[in-house]
Design a protein around this ligand. Structure first.
Ligand SMILES: Cc1cc2nc3c(=O)[nH]c(=O)nc-3n(C[C@H](O)[C@H](O)[C@H](O)COP(=O)(O)O)c2cc1C
Length: 183
């Protein structure tokens, strides 16, 4: 079983990344093969809206680092995204990846690459875990359209300080569950 983690936070000592590492370590301890990708370190351009993918079996024409991410997604059994909230929504790095997954829309993704689970770990500054939930859930509808099965949607709050999660037993325990449920 292969589990892919995609961290979209750009910063050092990122709470998203720490949470994702914990979830992946848990999955690994349960026997999974795991890989963590930092999307901010990759050259991922925005979707060009050319619809090339619609005439080419879900393949995207943009020749950049997203091509290696597509391959990793296709080979994974489960994917965990770790995403910071920027201005009431997912950050721009996540939106780049999300829009590029449009290439799989109206393509038999599940039939071709198998049924996959997906989980979302969100980190935000605001203490209210429900503050942006409606917007985030709308963003993640895309994965339902593609045929993914939602495993977890966890919101980690009050994390403005880099590495703040390290002192939060409750949040670390939550992401351990994410690592178990993705299997
Ligand atoms: C540009 C920017 C916009 C942000 N907007 C919000 C916001 O709208 N709501 C919120 O709760 N936190 C917001 N934050 C705080 C981050 O969501 C929070 O620090 C998060 O834990 C960052 O995750 P990271 O440590 O993995 O980078 C913002 C941070 C930045 C840099």
């Amino acid at each position: 079983m292969k589990i892919l983690g995609i961290n979209t936070s750009p910063r050092q000592n990122s709470n998203c990344r720490i949470a994702l590492e914990k979830a992946l370590d848990t999955a690994k301890a349960e026997g999974a093969e795991v890989e963590l990708v930092d999307s901010n370190k990759l050259n991922i351009k925005a979707c060009q809206g050319d619809n090339y993918c619609k005439a080419h079996e879900g393949k995207c024409a943009v020749d950049d680092d997203m091509q290696q991410v597509y391959k990793k997604i296709e080979e994974a059994d489960g994917i965990i995204f770790a995403i910071p909230v920027y201005f009431f929504d997912v950050n721009a790095q996540m939106k780049l990846v999300l829009d590029r997954l449009y290439s799989y829309f109206q393509f038999p993704f599940t039939e071709t690459y198998g049924k996959k689970k997906v989980s979302f770990i969100i980190s935000q500054g605001t203490p209210d875990p429900d503050a942006f939930k409606a917007v985030l859930q709308t963003q993640f509808k895309a994965f339902e359209f593609l045929g993914f099965e939602l495993a977890d949607f966890v919101v980690l709050t009050d994390n403005n300080v880099p590495g703040a999660i390290n002192d939060k037993e409750d949040q670390l325990a939550q992401v351990v569950e994410v690592g178990k449920n993705i299997l």
